[in-house]
Design a protein around this ligand. Structure first.
Ligand code: ZN
Length: 491
């Protein structure tokens, strides 16, 4: 249990040895998906980053309680033109109960995560299932004097809090700068200061998702669910809180303020943020027309893609960058990842057939301890991958008969790949195998039909030849007779 795992602590911007609050146990909270749309590459990056950390902490022997919430209260990203929240809008358009919308997107999210080999968290609490706890949490903040009621809504009093505790310590902002750059926004007339944020909002009559509270029929503010559910499932103090860098401010800054106000102290020991994904250098978003969902990556159905990419290629692509670096997506970059993953996969298969020599001709460096070092250094997965590539050279040379490896070295290399490539980086080769097996069988079957058609033509059996051609064409195949033979593809 004694290890040197260093985690980036955004609060102090220094690396330090990881010491969990409760010996042997780690509490980890990660801001989960907002379930009003399909998951995209940004969701995949957050999920894969914390999945890798979850896997590594468990491998080190910690019992990890990993909580990833589901934001389903529907208070996010109000449609500015219509003043309607997204779950509500979708529910109205499709004549669905809001919880049907939530469940539909949640099922799709879980399917995507399974394909990416992301392990399910220990607890996945819904914000909508914790309204009572959120109301109790607001009462604590009110009792502490850091919130006020206004017209049925409750707001957090940022200037008052800032007199006693630094607001902005996570994002490195100060309150004066924030005031000068704040625009007039929703609820301005109810708030004492433009920086104050909602803990409870009174619902307008057309708002479908609302609950009773001591202040009004309404709904909780977004930042509140994470403070509340973090405390409920991990206690007043826990080890790790994660999420995408876009959540650092205001979401996580507000979470800190809420827990300090309610509890009198910080809840989180280490804040970890994964950086963003850009698409050909641009921010990803609907307004840039470069928004690709995970499903579109898996089936290739998007104008920016010429073909499909397997979930493991997406996972590997994400792990090839350090989680704190920005990662730029382009189809070329994804193709490079696909080739690199294929090289490691081929090596892994060769490793299974390597035979030890009585006398080794080379000494293999200690890649296993180098890979551990890289993981302990702020989860540096690209360095882990570079060690796997270095180790591959020995495996491939031995497989080609150019060098001889000892039994011990082969065992160590197998352990390196089983542990780091398969278990910790989470590369699931069986799903790749199944895909390629199925597509090989399918290609073989179509080739066989082409062969039968060729023979039929040679025997002037035009009926059979045309039947095969026409039926395949009906099924969506494009068949071309060229001077080199028949070429087929799917239309
Ligand atoms: Zn959150």
């Amino acid at each position: 249990m004694d290890n040197n795992l260093s985690l980036y602590n955004s609060l102090s911007r220094i690396k330090q040895p990881f010491v969990p609050i409760h010996k042997g146990h780690v509490g980890m909270y990660v801001c989960g998906p907002t379930v009003y749309g399909d998951a995209h590459l940004g969701h995949a990056r957050a999920a894969i980053t914390f999945d890798t950390l979850f896997r590594y902490l468990q491998h080190l022997g910690y019992k990890v309680r990993y909580v990833r919430n589901i934001t389903d209260v529907g208070h996010l990203e109000h449609d500015a033109d219509e003043g309607e929240d997204k779950i509500q809008k979708k529910a109205r358009l499709e004549q669905l109960e809001p919880m049907e919308v939530v469940q539909m997107y949640l099922n799709r999210y879980h399917d995507d995560m399974k394909k990416l080999n992301v392990l399910p968290p220990s607890i996945e609490p819904h914000a909508s299932g914790h309204i009572i706890e959120q109301i109790e949490y607001i009462k604590k903040i009110l009792d502490a004097g850091y919130a006020y009621e206004s017209n049925g809504s409750v707001y957090f009093d940022v200037p008052k809090y800032n007199q006693d505790h630094p607001y902005g310590k996570l994002s490195g902002r100060n309150i004066e700068d924030m005031i000068s750059s704040t625009r007039e926004l929703d609820g301005q007339d109810e708030k004492h200061s433009p920086l104050d944020f909602a803990l409870w909002k009174k619902a307008s009559p057309e708002h479908i998702m609302h609950w009773p509270s001591p202040w009004s029929e309404g709904f909780p503010g977004w930042h509140l669910e994470c403070s509340t559910m973090g405390e409920k499932y991990l206690g007043e103090s826990f080890d790790i809180h994660g999420g995408g860098l876009d959540l650092l401010f205001p979401h996580h800054e507000c979470e800190i303020a809420q827990s300090v106000a309610a509890q009198g102290h910080d809840a989180v020991k280490y804040w970890i943020h994964n950086n963003m994904i850009t698409i050909s250098g641009k921010k990803m978003g609907k307004s840039y027309n470069n928004f690709i969902t995970l499903e579109q990556f898996f089936n290739g159905d998007h104008p920016l893609l010429t073909r499909a990419f397997s979930p493991m290629v997406i996972r590997f692509f994400i792990l090839q960058a350090h989680y704190r670096s920005t990662l730029d997506f382009s189809e070329e970059a994804l193709e490079a990842s696909e080739k690199a993953l294929q090289r490691l996969t081929d090596t892994y298969r060769r490793l299974g057939t390597l035979l030890p020599a009585e006398k080794a001709s080379v000494e293999v460096p200690e890649y296993l301890s180098l890979a551990y070092e890289a993981m302990d250094d702020d989860m540096n997965t690209p360095i882990v991958i570079s060690h796997l590539f270095d180790a591959s050279k020995f495996i491939n040379s031995a497989s080609a008969g150019e060098i001889k490896l000892s039994k011990e070295d082969i065992a160590k290399l197998r352990h390196l790949f089983d542990l780091f490539f398969i278990n910790l980086l989470g590369i699931n080769l069986s799903s790749e195998n199944e895909n390629s097996k199925a597509s090989k069988a399918y290609e073989g079957a179509v080739d066989l039909l082409m062969e039968i058609r060729k023979n039929a033509k040679a025997q002037k059996d035009w009926a059979t030849s045309d039947l095969i051609r026409n039926k395949l064409s009906d099924l969506g195949f494009d068949i071309k007779d060229t001077k080199n033979g028949v070429e087929w593809s799917v239309k």
